[in-house]
Design a protein around this ligand. Structure first.
Ligand SMILES: *Cc1c(COP(=O)(O)O)cnc(C)c1O
Length: 345
């Protein structure tokens, strides 16, 4: 296996990891510090994360018959879920998609199957997915909705067919829900094998590491056997609960990011050498002229801007780069430098 390498971003404009670029106003920070003042660092955290669970249940209107399971980031939840499976299990996901599905499946010795998306649209190749599901009988299918790194929402009717055909669980990974206006939360009561996964990372709390599954009591009960006690530390519990109950804090930020996504899309779309793809997330995928992705990526980095080079992953991502929507001045800086580089290529 290869280590999952994270680029060193020190001193660079950081547009590589789908973080929210905005910090909190001073008055909100003061209120937050006040909450932390009384926190008991000498005690173990609430193992059941009850206060935060109640807040999330209310905010997302999750009915009582479904349970929430928290992880130290949704990455940890993927690991908890896959650790719960028998040794010979198959796992299936479309490709390209979130690399941790493959990484964690392989680290646990499970059989991972990646099924290529359609090359023109990055839509699910439904017949290929259904064939592979019938053939490999995967215990878990992962679908990122919207998908990372292609930024699109798959057709809901295709997702429903996959849910109906799958003998095992189907995880709908809604990491980018804050930017997408689309969810399968309302379909939980229709499909017993549906698990919805969310994270606070892309919303604006990447630093505290908090993800959660929403699913039927029966499934969550089994996963709770694998989860380590106290996996959500007390600072994360208090901070997440505080942040999520600040009316409009994230609503304004995500709205701004969505507007800036449109501006950045239009600007990239106007560059003739670049093919940019539609996005329902807080990042844009674009294709460079053939064999130029690595040199453009490096030139951007030398000029102080870090994005993500996906071209080494090959397949449909050949010649592709991914940029996170940052603050307007960061986006502008990125565009100016990119245009300069293309003019010299
Ligand atoms: C970023 C991302 C995650 C990981 O989220 P964490 O909660 O920070 O671990 C999961 N799924 C997708 C599709 C992502 O892009």
């Amino acid at each position: 296996m290869a280590t999952y390498k994270v680029a060193n971003a020190s001193g660079l404009i950081k547009l590589d990891a789908m973080e929210n670029p905005y910090q909190w106003p001073a008055d909100i920070i003061e209120k937050w510090l006040e909450k932390l003042r009384n926190c008991q660092l000498n005690r173990y955290p609430d193992p059941d994360v009850q206060d935060l669970a109640a807040t999330i249940r209310k905010l997302n209107q999750i009915p009582d018959q479904f349970e929430i399971l928290f992880g130290n980031g949704s990455d940890e939840l993927i690991q908890v879920l896959l650790m719960a499976l028998p040794p010979d299990s198959s796992i299936l996901a479309p490709e390209p998609s979130f690399v941790m599905y493959r990484q964690i499946a392989q680290s646990l010795g499970l059989n991972y199957h990646g099924i290529p998306l359609q090359s023109d649209s990055f839509e699910l190749d439904l017949p290929a997915m259904l064939d592979a599901i019938t053939k490999h009988q995967p215990r878990v299918v992962f679908l990122a909705y919207p998908n990372n790194p292609t930024a699109n929402l798959f057709k809901k009717s295709f997702i429903f067919e996959i849910l109906e055909t799958s003998p095992g669980l189907v995880v709908i990974d809604e990491a980018y829900a804050p930017f997408a206006d689309a969810t399968l939360l309302n379909d939980l009561d229709k499909y017993e094998n549906l698990l919805v996964m969310r994270t606070l990372s892309k919303l604006g709390l990447a630093g505290i590491r908090l993800g959660f599954f929403i699913g039927s009591t029966g499934i969550i009960k089994q996963l709770n056997k694998i989860r380590l006690p106290y996996n959500i530390n007390v600072l994360t519990q208090i901070t997440a609960d505080f942040a999520l109950t600040q009316q409009s804090l994230f609503a304004e930020q995500t709205q701004k990011i969505c507007q800036d996504r449109t501006a950045l899309f239009n600007a990239l779309n106007a560059i003739s050498e670049i093919k940019v793809f539609e996005s329902a997330a807080n990042f844009l995928l674009f294709r460079t002229p053939a064999d130029k992705a690595a040199s453009i990526f490096l030139s951007l980095k030398e000029q102080g801007i870090l994005i993500k080079n996906l071209s080494p992953q090959g397949g449909l991502l050949t010649d592709c780069l991914r940029v996170t929507v940052g603050r307007p001045e960061e986006n502008q800086n990125f565009l100016t430098v990119l245009k300069n580089i293309l003019a010299k290529e």
